[in-house]
Design a protein around this ligand. Structure first.
Ligand code: PLP
Length: 393
């Protein structure tokens, strides 16, 4: 396969065709480099690679061909200069802050962040003198006002989990530019298929590949994308602290990305249809889906996203009890905390992922007692809807 066409190819093609070089076996599917270290033909060659005078792999905590293939591929999909891969999405979030911040530094973050990220900000980073100020997801004046002299990074997730708030990336990007601070976005819910934060002003885009990128619920993984300068700092930290992604997982995730565009676009279209049907159902008090005109941030969603995504949330009438009943009645949907899977998944945040928060804390991030989160999979839409309908009845 000639590689020149990749320079001008569409992203859908890159997702499929961006490979490490074939070996002498001329395999079509990429080989798996399941090796902890790499060998050298001479002491001189080894010395040159160690001294960065010659390219080459040394040890899979530093680099590995399967891991590099995944990084290179997703970096192109998000128009990032460079990237780094980690063993999980949380390792990517942790590594980003730990590599770029020092004791005394400050983070401004949207209040609506993933549960473990919230723990990092409130329980782990304070141990090292790194503090965080939360701002309500859509409070743009609040972001401006929260930036202090020692603020180094502004962090957010959009669409947020599970309330699906859509934060205007260009607007926050400008705030960060004016304040001369870094802007990092967790792009896990959108994937490069639906949103490219770096194009919209972010310096760093973070992924849990565990979700849509694997898409079949097999592996954990994470990615950090950014400029060469930022990734050099990430690398300097990660090489010696060891959050490396396993080559086996990288091989699976890279293979999965061959179908990322097909899967995410299909899930997104089905989710949109399901959201429209839910909007007309009498057992529901509201539905939230970024591409429904009734969504409070519809205009922002249309401006910065290529599709509404695979997640739909809705409020079932009857609160906590009704939410639990709905989950118990489902037959096709899986009850599991993952998302972005080929299999449709339902969760009830108030009694599971966010049960440790006080009711008022839940409300501050948009989680009401009857809120149900659906991750729409790849099953036939008629089967998905039939299951939802019978569980609502
Ligand atoms: C799942 C998730 C993470 C953490 O990823 P893991 O791979 O589970 O460590 C971070 N952010 C968001 C938005 C997620 O959904």
């Amino acid at each position: 396969m000639k590689k020149d066409y990749l320079k001008t190819a569409q992203k859908e093609t890159i997702a499929i065709r961006k490979h490490i070089d074939r070996t002498y076996q001329k395999e079509h599917s990429n080989p798996l480099y399941l090796t902890s270290s790499f060998t050298f033909d001479s002491a001189e060659e080894m010395a040159a690679v160690f001294a960065d005078e010659q390219e080459g792999n040394i040890y899979s905590r530093y680099s590995n061909p399967n891991v590099q293939e995944l990084i290179d591929k997703v970096a192109i999909l998000e128009n990032a200069e460079s990237g780094w891969a980690t063993s999980s999405g949380m390792a990517a979030v942790f590594t980003t802050f730990a590599a770029l911040l020092q004791s005394g530094d400050h983070i401004v973050s949207s209040r609506s962040v993933f549960g473990s990220t919230h723990r990092l900000f409130t329980e782990i980073f304070p141990k090292w003198g790194i503090t965080t100020t939360y701002v309500d997801a859509l409070d743009y004046e609040g972001y401006k006002n929260a930036i202090q002299e020692n603020t180094k990074i502004l962090y957010l997730e959009t669409p947020s989990n599970p309330a699906l708030e859509i934060i205007d990336l260009e607007l926050v990007g400008d705030i960060c530019k004016n304040a001369n601070i870094l802007f990092a976005v967790d792009n896990c819910f959108a994937t490069p298929v639906l949103q490219r934060p770096i194009d919209l002003g972010a310096h760093i885009s973070i992924h849990s590949t565990t979700k849509f990128m694997d898409g079949q619920g097999r592996t954990l993984g994470g990615l950090i994308l950014g400029t060469k300068e930022i990734i050099a700092k990430i690398e300097a930290f990660a090489r010696h602290t060891g959050p490396a992604l396993s080559p086996f997982n990288a091989w699976i995730i890279s293979k999965s990305i061959e179908t990322l565009y097909l899967r995410v676009n299909h899930m997104s279209n089905t989710a949109h249809e399901i959201a429209k049907k839910l909007e007309n159902h009498t057992a529901i008090s509201f539905v939230k889906y970024p591409f429904l005109e009734s969504h409070p941030n519809y205009v922002t969603a249309k401006k910065q996203m290529f599709g509404g995504g695979g997640i739909v949330t809705f409020e079932i009438k009857g609160g906590l009890e009704a939410g639990r009943n709905f989950l118990n009645k489902l037959q096709l949907f899986s009850l599991t905390p993952n998302l972005g899977d080929a299999k449709s998944i339902a969760t009830h945040p108030a009694s599971t992922t966010h049960s440790k928060l006080k009711p008022e804390e839940r409300l501050a991030v948009g989680i009401t007692d009857g809120l149900v989160r659906l991750s729409i999979g790849l099953e036939h839409i008629d089967d998905i809807w039939e299951d939802i309908e019978q569980a609502l009845s």
